[in-house]
Design a protein around this ligand. Structure first.
Ligand code: ATP
Ligand code: MG
Length: 757
């Protein structure tokens, strides 16, 4: 018995020792977890990561570790507070940023993060609606409309309602509907007004809602609004999700819109579990309905919140950071914060005044080649631009130098729909039997050739084994189509014939220009009010540029420039883009670059009219948003930043002269290293040429002290740049671009001083 007892107590001691051991082990592993999560953080970051569950606002400048804090906070909640991954929701702005966030969390957790809801607002709303399609009154397999699908649907609706598209452009309607939805307003919430225009918009909005409902489709704005309404109106679901998401995290909070904010608020009834990070200086989506004021609203509506400011920047060198800090002080109404770094000043910011856009692209690609030559990765370099159309020059030069690159957040130039449309017309002009091209543009822009007519054409082509073009012609001559359809089709065939006739004697650039104008493609894209359509117009202009400067270097001269140009364009589209995991130079717009960082950054096209964009120059609110975009751009750079601008640039085939951007002028000169292209070949005039090639050069170049691209000063007109030199000696004259005017001057008489660059 005693033995038994002893044994028992022994066993108990053993068990408690085991427990103690396990407890210590747990404690040790917990301490290890804690240390590993907070060790790589500074004090302020640590305070944010380890704060008790409450409303938290982390307000801080670029590169101060906001995203890092958010990631570590999630890991902290899981590993230290044992929050279930299921209870975590984290929202950010782009898919790229969401993937990066997921990756960082997984590598810290050493585990999959698939149970968490990490994604963009649209992505998460979509997931939510898929799960609860029934409750949301959507069919199980509802389809999402992208922006162009949405527009097509509006067009169909206008046709049904017999409303002329010219009177009410579909893009304007689309803009109206999306803006209403982004603000949480349904058509039934809008009061009838006497204003005729609003009444028409309203009517179409109503019809559009019904049509979407009937077809079982939702557009992007609808995803957000529907998800919001479902949570608002379905009590059971609301409770379920409020229970489920015990921790809500939002990155880039400054760019949330009304409906996104409202949705988040519904998920957090006690207002004690929302962890948001943002930077008012990086709000760049005002044009799409984002509200910086949400930061103030949060402070009002979450009274128990704690604000933490992060001030140390870990991303950029001293010079880059000083430049960023300086430029943003020109904005008004900032929340105000200062950023500092322990890092050395590093290299100055190089500012390159390119002669033109080709020179600019050459400069950038040369630098990237040198950088890669020094053993760096291509993917550590990025070319950032204001608008998508600017990518073409860089794509071309990168391709010529066999440098893999990747264009983010947009298609490569020659893959873009508007460009393909123009090319399809051009191809058709070269070859009428190009069925794919006819198919693409027969009703683009819309010209009343309906699906029925198209079916007829296809059927006939198939039966007779002829091309669509031949079939279309035959339908006209045999008069088998109803009058209206026949007219529309005839007009198309006639348009192609007319174009062919009229462009015969034009240069390649003029041909492309003519086709873009006379097919009404330019008008079609110009009516739009959306930012995206402005991009499309830019792209069309850029295509004219590409054609204007295109050099046909094929040996067989009997093939037309147009054919060669089209073949090149076809080759440039698609195939050559770097593979997903290949080491590629990164090309993207400034908007897409938000949240990212790169050791080497080129900020290109920094000219007034391009960046800041023309529409924003005279509008204080827009100008400040552009300046924030510039701040975002500068702060992407870690080690080296190059800013470039071109003194002349081709826009729509014409040379235009630009001034360097006011943003550049706002940067402190001591941080800049200004470089100009070498334009002067210094050679003693009397020296005898040694090599024949030099001899040839001398023969070709008239012996003038004036060179194209050279900077010059005139007594009366001030400073200017030489655009052209003609004639020699007494007859020599030069074309100079002064501020706002161009003048031919005889060099023998003009009071000119050259400015050495
Ligand atoms: P943005 O405003 O551009 O989104 P951010 O505030 O989100 O910037 P992060 O991207 O989180 O900044 O961090 C910027 C860089 O600084 C990252 O490379 C990050 O790993 C690094 N970093 C942040 N905090 C620290 C720290 N305490 N120690 C070392 N590196 C850090
Ligand atoms: Mg970030």
């Amino acid at each position: 018995m005693l033995l038994l007892l002893l044994n028992k107590s022994n066993r108990q001691t053993h068990v408690s020792a085991m427990k103690l051991y396990t407890a210590t082990e747990n404690l040790q592993s917990k301490i290890m977890d804690i240390t590993s999560i907070i060790a790589p953080l500074n004090d302020a970051q640590r305070a944010a990561v380890t704060a008790p569950s409450q409303a938290m606002l982390i307000l801080a400048g670029a590169g101060s570790g906001k995203t890092r804090v958010l990631v570590h906070r999630i890991v902290w909640q899981i590993q230290v507070n044992h929050v279930s991954p299921q209870s975590i929701i984290a929202v950010t702005f782009t898919n790229k940023a969401a993937n990066e966030m997921r990756g960082r969390i997984e590598s810290l957790l050493e585990n999959s993060a698939s149970a968490m809801w990490i994604g963009t607002f649209h992505g998460l709303a979509h997931r939510f609606l898929r799960r609860h399609a029934k409750e949301a009154h959507l069919p199980k397999d509802f389809q999402v409309l992208d922006s162009s699908d949405q527009q097509r649907m509006i067009k169909r609706l206008l046709a049904d309602l017999k409303i002329n598209e010219k009177e009410l452009p579909p893009k304007e309607i689309q803009w109206f509907i999306n803006a209403q939805k982004d603000a949480g307003i349904r058509s039934k919430d809008i009061l009838e007004t006497t204003d005729k225009n609003t009444r028409r918009f309203l009517r179409i909005y109503r019809e559009y809602e019904t049509l979407c409902e009937r077809n079982g489709v939702v557009d992007f704005a609808e995803l957000l609004l529907r998800a919001y309404e479902l949570i608002r109106d379905d009590e059971r679901l609301r409770y379920q999700y409020q229970e489920r998401f015990s921790q809500i995290h939002v990155d880039e909070f400054q760019d949330t819109n009304t409906i996104q904010y409202a949705w988040l608020t519904l998920l957090s009834p006690n207002r004690d579990n929302m962890f948001v990070v943002g930077d008012d200086d990086q709000a760049i989506y005002g044009w799409r309905g984002a509200k910086i004021e949400n930061i103030y609203k949060f402070q009002r509506e979450y009274p128990q919140h704690q604000i933490i400011k992060l001030e140390q920047n870990y991303r950029s060198t001293g010079s880059i950071l000083k430049a960023a800090n300086q430029i943003i002080t020109n904005n008004t109404g900032r929340m105000g914060k200062s950023l500092w770094t322990e890092m050395a000043d590093g290299e100055k910011i190089t500012v390159y005044a390119a002669y033109d856009e080709v020179d600019e692209a050459n400069y950038v690609v040369e630098r990237i080649k040198n950088w890669v030559g020094e053993g760096n990765k291509r993917s550590d370099s990025a070319i950032l631009y204001r608008s998508n159309a600017q990518s073409r020059q860089f794509e071309e030069k990168l391709m010529l130098s066999n440098t893999p690159y990747r264009v983010y957040g947009g298609l490569r130039f020659y893959d873009r729909a508007e460009i393909k449309n123009v090319l399809a017309y051009l191809r058709l002009l070269v070859n009428r039997h190009d069925d794919a091209s006819i198919d693409r543009i027969i009703n683009t822009p819309t010209r009343g050739i309906g699906l029925k007519t198209l079916d007829e054409i296809r059927k006939l082509a198939h039966e007779k084994q002829i091309s669509l073009w031949a079939a279309a012609n035959s339908l006209i001559t045999e008069k088998v189509l109803p009058n209206r359809a026949a007219n529309a089709l005839f007009n198309f065939l006639d348009l192609i014939a007319q174009l062919d006739n009229k462009i015969a004697n034009l240069t390649l650039g003029e041909k492309v220009h003519f086709v873009i104008e006379h097919t009404r493609l330019m008008a079609f894209y110009s009516q739009d009010k959306l930012e995206k359509s402005a991009d499309k117009v830019e792209n069309l202009k850029e295509l004219v540029n590409a054609a204007t400067v295109f050099i046909n270097d094929e040996i067989e001269k009997d093939i037309s420039d147009l054919s060669i140009f089209l073949n090149r364009a076809a080759l440039e589209s698609g195939a050559l883009q770097g593979e997903e995991f290949e080491d590629c130079v990164q090309l993207m717009t400034l908007h897409t670059a938000k949240g990212l960082e790169f050791p080497l950054v080129f900020l290109v096209g920094v000219e007034d009219g391009l960046f800041p964009s023309q529409q924003s120059i005279f509008d204080q609110v827009k100008l400040e948003e552009e300046r924030r975009l510039c701040y975002v751009g500068i702060t992407r750079a870690m080690r080296k930043l190059h800013i470039t601008y071109a003194e002349s640039r081709r826009l729509y085939g014409d040379k235009t002269y630009a001034r360097k951007s006011r943003f550049l002028r706002e940067l402190p000169t001591e941080l800049l290293d200004e470089v100009r292209p070498k334009r002067e070949v210094s050679r003693p005039i009397t020296a005898k040429p040694i090599f024949s090639t030099v001899n040839k050069l001398l023969e070709l170049e008239p012996d003038s002290k004036f060179k194209k691209g050279q900077h010059i000063h005139h007594e009366t007109f001030g400073s200017g740049i030489i655009l052209n030199v003609e004639g020699e000696g007494e007859k020599e004259r030069i074309l100079i671009k002064f501020r706002g005017v161009e003048k031919w001057l005889m060099t023998a008489y003009a009071e000119l001083t050259t400015i050495r660059s």
